[in-house]
Design a protein around this ligand. Structure first.
Ligand code: P53
Length: 478
């Protein structure tokens, strides 16, 4: 079968994705409280971002202003419309709605901001797609409750979810509960458990146990939110959001294959619980083997069963590889090896378009649910020319190669795919490094890593390219 001339389904959701803290700025406007992102400093390529205890006036926090979307969103949404977006994925900053997280009444100014943003999208028939929690937990919940290590946070999250579902049910159909909930499998990295779960480990604490406990509370909160969302409005589609990085065995040696399987189980038990509604047995055995102290009640297990997700949303940037280590336990910090068959980006992410087709089939076989690629893209350095152009052919190439594999998965393999929203459709602050110079966008934002720059927006070459992909519904990708 040739791909040329073949189209995606008519209602396929082409669009772009961002997260509140990475582009809004206005970190202390409209009554907003401080979030985890507001105390995370600038890092660099290979240099981790620091997490400070409150705001230190001697540090630079790139998310405080970000790209000032908070004030410029009408101009930006207009550019998305010009590209032909059918949808736009963003998150609702929890701290705009509940500045501390544990209030009983929401902050009306925060709610109004998202009303205006969603209305602006709907004006152009762009459907908003919303993540509830995207690395932006209220700092107060981190300081007072220790983040997701505390069961009470489930209740606070539910207040937030309820207010959002009730308020925006007629504007937003597709929701996701926790962004990349499985990107804390690398629990030894401070940033990953802080961003995901607001956890600052104490000296001597068992980080793995902490991560599993926090993830359990998040999964219970997610399941309760799915159930409540459906009670509020049965039309809502509430999904998971998983960081999909397929993990291949480096060779066909059976021990390598078995180890890769365990690595996949360790990274994707989160979506197992989301979709199946129960814990995989190997993981319960793992908890026992390590004598982990896990607070899992009978009511939690009931909630998990009753709140399974409607679809699997996932990000896809890269694939991993592993080889047998002699013990069947996967440690993400130490066990990854270089895959000789794929090339890495400038930030060391192993670029693998075929892995996207593999991932779509893997999810499809495992869960039999609709899928939604809610992030994909290439972080790269762009150069604005004197005549204000950006010739980002490397980005066009990356995305073309991924869309081609996605097209095969849909048209040849029969995967049920809702849509495709490339990450950082407008340049924004990178999550891992805090840099502006790690760019993903179709729209260039004139801003440097230190925050200098005019913030003016320019269309890159990829802007016109993606505009045509949407206009032709992918039919020209072959
Ligand atoms: P940045 C790690 C691995 C894969 C995806 O990442 C990741 C991360 C965490 O950085 O995050 C997602 O900006 C995340 C977005 C993030 C995007 O990928 O570090 O959902 O918030 O910006 C790209 O290059």
């Amino acid at each position: 079968m040739t791909l040329r001339g073949k189209e995606f389904p008519e209602d396929f959701l082409w669009g772009g994705a961002v997260a509140a803290h990475q582009l809004e700025g206005g970190y202390d406007e409209g009554g907003k409280g401080l979030s985890a992102a507001d105390v995370t400093t600038l890092g660099g390529n290979g240099v981790p971002r620091k997490i400070t205890d409150g705001i230190d006036p001697n540090e630079y926090y790139p998310n405080h202003r970000a790209i000032d979307f908070y004030h410029r969103y009408p101009e930006d949404v207009k550019l998305f419309a010009e590209m032909g977006f059918k949808c736009f994925r963003t998150s609702i900053a929890w701290t705009r709605i509940f500045p501390n997280g544990d209030e009983t009444e929401p902050n009306e100014a925060g709610l109004e901001f998202y009303d205006k943003l969603f209305d602006e999208c709907l004006k152009y028939n762009i459907e908003p797609i919303v993540t509830l929690s995207h690395f932006e937990m209220p700092l107060h919940l981190i300081k007072e409750y220790g983040g997701w290590r505390d069961r009470r946070v489930i209740g606070f999250f539910m207040n937030f979810a309820q207010v959002c579902f009730e308020r925006y049910q007629d504007k937003v159909k597709y929701w996701m509960t926790f962004n990349e909930i499985n990107n804390q499998t690398n629990f030894e990295t401070d940033g990953s458990i802080f961003n995901n779960s607001g956890i600052v480990p104490k000296p001597g604490e068992n980080r793995e146990n902490l991560m599993y406990q926090a993830a359990h509370y998040e999964l219970v909160a997610s399941a309760q939110a799915v159930k409540l969302g459906h009670e509020i409005n049965p039309k809502l589609m509430i999904g998971s959001m998983i960081a999909m990085t397929p993990i291949y065995p480096l060779t066909s040696k059976p021990e390598d294959v078995l180890f890769a399987q365990r690595a996949m189980q360790t990274r994707f038990w989160f979506s197992d619980v989301h979709a199946n509604g129960f814990y995989p047995k190997w993981l319960l055995n793992h908890f026992k083997k390590h004598n982990f102290d896990m607070d899992i009640t009978a009511q939690d297990l009931k909630d998990l069963r009753e709140g399974t997700v409607d679809y699997i949303g996932f990000s896809y940037y890269m694939s991993f590889a592993v080889k047998d280590t002699g013990k069947l336990e996967y440690n993400e910090e130490h066990d990854l090896v270089e895959n000789p068959y794929v090339k890495a980006s400038d930030w060391g992410w192993q670029v693998d378009p075929v892995g996207l087709r593999y991932s779509l089939n893997w999810f499809n076989d495992r869960y039999h649910l609709p899928l939604f690629i809610v992030e994909n893209g290439l972080g790269a350095v762009d150069k604005l020319t004197d005549d204000k152009k950006v010739h980002d052919d490397y980005r066009i190439e990356y995305l073309t190669n991924h869309i081609r594999e996605m097209k095969k998965a849909v048209l040849e393999d029969g995967v049920d795919l809702i849509g495709y929203t490339p990450w950082g459709c407008i340049d924004l602050i990178a999550a891992s490094t805090g840099q502006m110079s790690k760019r993903y966008g179709f729209i260039y934002v004139d801003e440097n890593d230190d925050g200098s720059g005019s913030l003016d927006r320019y269309r890159k070459d990829s802007f016109y390219w993606f505009q045509n992909v949407i206009k032709t519904n992918g039919s020209e990708i072959e």
